[in-house]
Design a protein around this ligand. Structure first.
Ligand SMILES: [Zn+2]
Length: 76
């Protein structure tokens, strides 16, 4: 049997996925793929994905080009 990860999240009454997200956040990594996060809690790829997902959900028509994820997209 493999040793399980023991840290401050191990015994919390939350889902395994949530613990993974908390660990990623603690280590400044993307909460979805584990890549180094640009800012907040996601890498650029998932920052954009999350943005587009929210647009769809909220039915937004405007794009806020001053937003971080657009700026980062422009440079990369
Ligand atoms: Zn990611």
């Amino acid at each position: 049997m493999r040793t399980r990860i023991q840290d401050e999240f191990t015994n919390l009454p939350i889902s395994r996925q949530r613990k993974y997200q908390l660990r990623m956040q603690r280590d400044c990594r993307c909460t979805e793929c584990g890549e180094a996060a640009v800012q907040g809690s996601r890498c650029l790829k998932h920052l954009v994905k999350a943005r587009e997902r929210q647009r769809k959900k909220r039915g937004l028509k405007r794009r806020y080009f001053g937003t971080l994820s657009y700026k980062l997209e422009a440079v990369s």
